[in-house]
Ligand binder design. Structure first.
Ligand SMILES: *Cc1c(COP(=O)(O)O)cnc(C)c1O
Length: 359
């Protein structure tokens, strides 16, 4: 396979995870979130695998929606950040994209917009996350204005987003849900609130549409979570292989800045994988790597193209041996904790230098 790192994408795992969504929220339609290159898994590959088995796809930006249309994806596509100007409204119409409307400026733009092919819209309400969305005070009038808009087709749907659904013990989700519900029940249209954390942790929030992202990719949405706890299967396995095994003396310092010093005479392995591939530079000494299926600690600094491994526990290791940096058998959740970040960032950050293959 050569020494080039690979990201192996398991589409059977993706389908399994979607089944987990369907089982958890059997009465809801599924708006599958594929923003940010499908969380780094490859937008088109994932969209093609999902389009016939989900009810709609969600992206963050108009450009992502256009990429999907140009690749021949026909299912409904929702743009979570909506449009910012007239030109984006033209593009949304031309590519049949559904827009999320989250501020009064966008409502005004739609009121002034003339088109023969009206757009489907979702009104986003800020129920407490305080990022995007109309206040609960402004929302009912904005809803009526949108519903009366010629440029808007059908009844607008309502959406909100939870700030704390990654913690099932945090009552903020319940508070947000109740506030959202109060408004939504008055307006009598379809609603959507649940991201992955709420799909698994807050069944009362499932409503008409759920919006799974991270769980589709086989990653726990919960703080300190692990995929097997919720029967999720990692979709991405980031892999590489050993390109050198060197023998050093007690006291020898390994790599940039010599931050790790050999505590005894020992073998150190070099793996072709670095921050230039998206492996986190802040992964600390001790972060596990799966070498020949065995956990081995990373030692020293992560370089652009390489990392070094403590091979004291694996006398049988050979150059060319395969390694898994995260994926099946080594949850990305664990690597994220060791690098002081979140799985979302690691998955999104795998770079174009890595070969993506299905397997
Ligand atoms: C990204 C996103 C989601 C998916 O969230 P996950 O935590 O990945 O499930 C859902 N809704 C909105 C509005 C989002 O931006």
């Amino acid at each position: 396979m050569g020494s080039a790192p690979r990201a192996v994408i398991d589409l059977a795992a993706l389908r399994h995870n979607l089944e987990r969504v369907r089982a958890a929220a059997p009465n809801s339609r599924v708006l599958a979130v594929v923003k940010a290159n499908a969380y780094g898994h490859g937008l088109l590959r994932i969209a093609k695998a999902l389009e016939s088995v989900v009810d709609a796809l969600a992206v963050a930006r108009v450009g992502e929606g256009i990429s999907l249309r140009q690749a021949g994806i026909f299912c409904p596509i929702v743009v979570l950040e909506g449009g910012t100007d007239r030109q984006e409204l033209d593009l949304a119409v031309a590519h049949r994209l559904e827009l999320v409307v989250h501020n009064l400026e966008q409502v005004k733009q739609l009121q002034q917009y003339k088109t023969h092919t009206p757009l489907a819209c979702w009104l986003k309400i800020d129920s407490g996350m305080h990022r995007l969305g109309l206040s609960t005070v402004a929302a009912p009038a904005a809803y009526q204005a949108l519903a009366a808009c010629r440029a808007v087709s059908g009844k607008p749907r309502l959406m909100t987003h939870f700030a704390n659904a990654d913690d099932p013990a945090d009552p903020a989700t319940q508070t947000q849900w109740q506030l959202f519900q109060t408004i939504a029940s008055e307006l009598g249209t379809e609603v959507s609130a649940a991201n992955s954390g709420a799909i698994l942790g807050w069944p009362e929030t499932h409503a008409d549409w759920v919006r799974p992202g991270i769980m589709l990719y086989g990653v726990s949405p919960f703080l300190n979570g692990r995929p097997e706890t919720d029967d999720l299967r990692p979709v991405m396995s980031l892999q590489s292989q050993l390109i050198a095994i060197n023998h050093y003396k007690k006291g020898d310092a390994i790599g940039y800045s010599g931050s790790w010093v050999c505590p005894q005479d020992m073998a150190v392995g070099v793996l072709s994988m670095g921050y230039g591939d998206g492996y986190p530079r802040h992964a600390a000494s001790g972060t596990p790597v799966l070498l020949n299926g065995q956990r081995v600690p990373l030692v020293g600094r992560v370089s652009m193209d390489m990392i070094t491994l403590d091979l004291r526990g694996c006398p049988g290791a050979r150059v060319g041996d395969p390694a898994i940096l995260w994926g099946a058998g080594l949850p990305v959740e664990e690597i994220a904790e060791a690098a002081n970040t979140i799985p979302y960032q690691l998955l999104c950050g795998v770079t174009a230098r890595v070969d993506f293959v299905e397997g």
